[in-house]
Design a protein. Structure first.
Length: 147
């Protein structure tokens, strides 16, 4: 005679499986969103910094003063987004800078640290490079320097 096996009581098992599956899927998704927001914040920061630096540079009276103003403007724009280390590069075509009709090209580069990740095998914390370029023309009819 074949006896039927008694059915196991599985009350609550689906809830436990659902919770574990939700944790396993949501944690990577939340981390991906946090990382995306950090990189987007950095991209916005360098874009605003290059625009502000370009304006500050072209409104200066001399290229040296313009470079100081541009660095200060870029630092303020990046500090608003939580970025302190950056590179600023300014070049002009045609030379010299701030001459009538010249175009200043401002490049801002920064590294965005990815959140919640420790140093990866001693090589520093993982980061993402963000860069922005902004070109600002000097007025064609501005007064040329008399040197």
């Amino acid at each position: 005679m074949i006896r039927a096996m008694p059915l196991r009581d599985e009350d609550g098992s689906a809830m436990v499986e659902f919770v574990w599956l939700a944790i396993l899927l949501l944690v990577p998704l939340v981390y991906l969103l946090l990382s995306t927001f950090e990189v987007q914040r950095g991209a916005f920061g360098v874009s605003a910094a290059s625009r502000a630096a370009g304006r500050a540079f072209t409104l200066a009276d001399s290229p040296e003063e313009g470079r100081r103003r541009a660095r200060t403007a870029a630092a303020i724009a990046l500090r608003d987004q939580g970025i302190s280390d950056f590179e600023l590069e300014i070049s002009c075509r045609p030379q010299p800078c701030l001459s009538p009709g010249s175009v200043a090209s401002v490049v801002v580069r920064a590294q965005v640290q990815l959140p919640l990740l420790p140093d990866a095998l001693g090589g520093g914390s993982p980061s993402f490079a963000v860069t922005s370029t902004h070109r600002v023309p000097s007025g064609r009819y501005i007064e040329a320097s008399r040197e």
